[in-house]
Design a protein around this ligand. Structure first.
Ligand code: NDP
Length: 370
């Protein structure tokens, strides 16, 4: 495995494996589902690798359905229309996106374009009055995230970020156990997520489209995981970068290690990379017990054990559970999971601090002043 494509294939294999294992339907995982007559109607925007995964997963959904697309590539339209039964009237491009406002067949736009376009696209979709899911990382920096939150508030629309693990059973069980005090006082967290990236010409290696490198793309999983492993918000950050290939990674970070200090005194020691594989784990150790998820952040199957033994949680298709779960929030008023724009802003504040620390040769950056 030596490229992003391999990584995505590996993740797809994960989905395949999950599909073979006994799958639980979203409805059994989330008893609050009321199965309303109405489904949440979704348009996907930016029909690349991840949009394809979400679209396939949505075939399993009970509360959400794919009814529209937004694409800048006309050659993709026929395939999507035929695969998902999208009618011509629900096909948009980036130029006529504003007219989606008048389309009663679309309730929500799911933005899966490159990172640095998220800010512009969220502002454009908010102006149409449609609800939004935007992929991670939510933006290039915290200031953009604040503007996106404000635009969605002003428009009165829901604004979620695709942190699909918040509907993943092992992750939810870990959070439940931590909240119930089953680990005792949390003493330490050690999370990492990365992969070896391939094609040197791809947008992920261009700062103007990616916003940053491994830290932005997958380091955000280790960071978000440290926040849900501790239940606390970081108060300081330190970071260090290793760059072994100054040509390929001329514009973005390659391998970053970073530390997050929390009010209780716990330190999360985290890492991320674009230059090696098999680097994916969440580990928390408390006074009374531990939890280890490995793999922890990909599409699955997620593996988990605690001091009590194997976690034995159901294997699910993450994207189907996410779409049903968020549809449940919008249609039934179920409380929002930690996937809101405000939650993503907390990650962006810490990511800004990681980059600031890197610029300042690892100096400790205090977040209470941000
Ligand atoms: P891709 O490059 O595969 O797809 C991005 C799509 O965005 C393109 O196919 C294109 O669709 C559209 N696009 C619009 N403008 C541009 C541009 N200037 N350059 C390139 N593409 C453009 O990326 P991914 O699908 O892998 O990633 C998209 C987003 O999803 C990223 O933010 C990424 O971080 C996130 N992601 C999240 C994952 C998760 O597990 N939550 C997993 C993978 C990605 P079109 O031709 O239709 O306009």
């Amino acid at each position: 495995m030596n490229s992003r494509r391999d990584f995505l294939q590996k993740l797809s294999i994960g989905i395949g494996a999950a599909a073979l294992a006994p799958l639980s339907s979203s409805a059994s995982l989330f008893p609050s589902f009321k199965k309303p007559g109405k489904k949440l109607r979704v348009a996907l925007m930016g029909l690349g690798g991840y949009a394809n995964i979400v679209a396939r997963a949505m075939k399993e959904c009970q509360l959400a359905s794919l009814t529209g697309i937004v694409t800048g590539t006309s050659s993709k339209i026929a395939v999507w229309k035929s695969n998902y039964g999208i009618p011509d009237k629900n096909v948009y491009n980036y130029g006529n996106l504003h007219t989606i406002a008048n389309n009663p067949d679309i309730d929500l736009v799911y933005i899966t374009t490159p990172n640095s376009l998220h800010h512009k696209h969220v502002l454009q979709v908010a102006a149409t009055g449609k609800h939004i899911i935007c992929e991670k990382p939510v933006a290039d920096n915290a200031q953009q995230a604040r503007e996106m939150i404000a635009a969605c508030k002003k428009a009165g629309v829901k604004f979620y970020v695709g942190y699909r693990l918040h509907f993943e059973p092992h992750t939810r069980e870990l959070i439940r156990m931590r909240k119930a005090g089953e680990f005792g006082r949390i003493m330490h967290v050690n999370n990492y997520m990365g992969f070896k990236i391939g094609d040197p010409t791809q947008w992920r290696l261009k700062k103007a489209l990616a916003g940053g490198g491994a830290m932005m793309d997958v380091g955000v999983y280790a960071l978000n995981g440290a926040r849900y492993a501790t239940g606390e918000e970081p108060i300081w950050v330190t970071a260090q970068e290793t760059k072994t290939d100054r040509v390929k990674f001329a514009e973005v970070d390659e391998t970053v290690t970073f530390q997050l200090g929390f009010p209780s005194g716990v330190v999360a020691s985290c890492g991320t990379t674009y230059n090696f594989n098999n680097y994916e784990r969440l580990y928390l150790i408390g006074e009374k017990g531990f939890a280890e998820l490995s793999p922890a952040f990909g599409y699955g199957p997620i593996g988990g054990k605690t001091h009590l033994g194997p976690m034995n949680q159901p294997l699910i298709t993450h994207q189907a559970a996410q779409m049903d779960g968020l549809a449940d929030c919008i249609l039934n008023g179920t409380p929002d999971p930690d996937m809101t724009g405000e939650e993503a802003l907390k990650d962006m504040i810490a990511i800004d601090a990681v980059y600031e620390s890197l610029r300042k040769e690892g100096r400790k950056i205090y977040l209470d002043k941000k």
